[in-house]
Ligand binder design. Structure first.
Ligand SMILES: Nc1ncnc2c1ncn2[C@@H]1O[C@H](COP(=O)(O)OP(=O)(O)OP(=O)(O)O)[C@@H](O)[C@H]1O
Length: 282
């Protein structure tokens, strides 16, 4: 599905401009990293793409395969149908902790299940089988009947990805999905996103604080600074200088990965750091 953003602007109450004429388009099957310093507008952009937040009155438009998500500050009245194609993975997992993992995953299909049935949480054998298959794909089928709150952060995040599989989402928007995970869990979550991208052709747009992860997993990177797109192109063409300009005083930590998952646990690095990644493609 083609996701097109034209001239998107968002001004928060008080006058702060969080998005400033953002225009981007995403083709089916892309895996794109969204990077930028804290406060640059990554989460705000992702919320607009799914119609969770409306732009300014004259703030541009977003279309998914020609269907409006929103136009000039007005969300499509039929947003539920549009949103059925969009899966969302949040930093804080967003599962209902007291419900079993499988039930959480099956709620991904709710937009395609008649309302009366979803109200009573009745799922057919076929739906349950689809849920279990999705859990198997993300490697956590053994935990299907545990309460979601009993899972580790990384497992909960993989359950959230399984939910997007059940939903049959064509686009997955992931907002800092690895920010609160340890390095190995983070790597697995990114690999799971890469798998659904490669195997199902699902478009994945993922905001990341870790530049090295963006370079490792995403062929394309979009960089935001103060609500504007300042880079959109192959991740391999990003230079260290661009990253320094983008992150300012945060740059050393971000680039060397000293505060992220880049520090290898053993001497076999699972993910290489951004400087070496850049040197390798130079
Ligand atoms: N509801 C809101 N009201 C007012 N300002 C907001 C609101 N939400 C976000 N902002 C501001 O908009 C800017 C962009 O925020 P956003 O969360 O999109 O940044 P981000 O790039 O995702 O940052 P981080 O990496 O820290 O999550 C920030 O300066 C933030 O303070």
């Amino acid at each position: 599905m083609m996701l097109e953003i034209k001239g998107l602007s968002k001004t928060f109450r008080g006058g702060f401009k969080a998005l400033n004429h953002v225009s981007l388009s995403f083709k089916s099957g892309e895996m794109v990293a969204l990077i930028g310093a804290s406060g640059s507008g990554k989460s705000t952009l992702l919320r607009h793409l799914s119609g969770l937040m409306s732009a300014d009155i004259d703030g541009g438009e977003i279309h998914l395969d020609g269907q409006p998500v929103q136009q000039n500050g007005v969300i499509n009245r039929n947003i539920r149908a549009v949103r059925a194609n969009i899966g969302f993975v949040f930093q804080q997992f967003n599962l209902v902790g007291r419900l079993p993992v499988l039930t959480n995953v099956l709620t991904g299909g709710l937009s395609r299940i008649p309302l009366w049935r979803s109200c009573f949480k009745l799922f057919t054998a076929e739906e349950k089988a689809a849920g279990l298959a999705a859990l198997a794909r993300v490697g956590i089928s053994a935990h299907a009947y545990k309460r979601a709150s009993a899972l580790s952060g990384g497992q909960q995040q993989r359950a959230a990805i399984a939910r997007t599989i059940v939903q049959k989402a064509r686009i997955v928007l992931a907002d800092e999905p690895i920010a609160s995970l340890d390095p190995e869990s983070a790597r697995r979550v990114m690999q799971t996103l890469a798998d659904i991208n490669r195997e199902d052709g699902t478009t994945v747009i993922v905001s990341l604080h870790q530049v090295d992860v963006a370079l490792r997993f995403c062929a394309r990177t979009v960089a935001l600074s103060n609500g504007r797109v300042v880079y959109d192109g192959p991740s391999s063409a990003l230079t260290e200088q661009m990253l320094r300009d983008l992150y300012g005083t945060e740059a050393d930590d971000i680039i060397s990965g000293s505060n992220t998952l880049t520090r290898p646990k053993s001497d076999v690095p699972t993910i290489f750091d951004a400087t070496r990644a850049l040197a390798a493609v130079a």
